[in-house]
Design a protein around this ligand. Sequence first.
Ligand code: IMP
Ligand code: MG
Length: 176
Amino acid sequence: MPEIERVLFTEEEILHRIRQVAADISADYAGRELKLIGVLKGSVFFLTALARELTVAVTVDFLGVSSFTGASAPGMVRISKDLDESIEGEHVLLVEDIVDTGFTTRYLLQHLTGRAPRSLAVCTLLDRTPRRIVQIPLDYRCFEIPDRFVVGFGLDYRQLYRNLKYVAVLNPEIGG
Ligand code: IMP
Ligand code: MG
């Protein structure tokens, strides 16, 4: 694919790492029920792969967000689709595709905290620390990535490439 500059993580590497992180989560929540909350649309691919490897009882819900990353309103986030069910008194794990500046995750953590879950933690597939602006607690992380725009395994460029089985750096001539 000419759009792809280089593959960062192969399908095999991703699934192997997800199994490791799922084992950590399963141990931490042993004997409890865990609600996974995915952020549409990017985290759907990671959430389903993670959920299949968990050995605790799991329920699933989704949030939709719109981010405005323009210079006029950096870090502005809006909920475009709210949860279907209450999370009050539940153990909740927010599942993210990537934490970049941290604005989206911080906003979602505040939103979810207001719903009075029993506990709230964050799990992300990718963590791009060089671009972090707001500090947020990341409880589980699969991979740290360099400061390059990536696609695949749920991550998009203009809604494309989410279905790639791997995570790759996009050719800068195409975008990113
Ligand atoms: P943050 O609010 O800056 O942390 O941005 C988080 C959101 O930006 C993610 O949920 C993605 O939708 C999007 N995003 C950030 N970096 C990338 C990337 O490299 N590829 C695709 N989407 C990205
Ligand atoms: Mg996106």
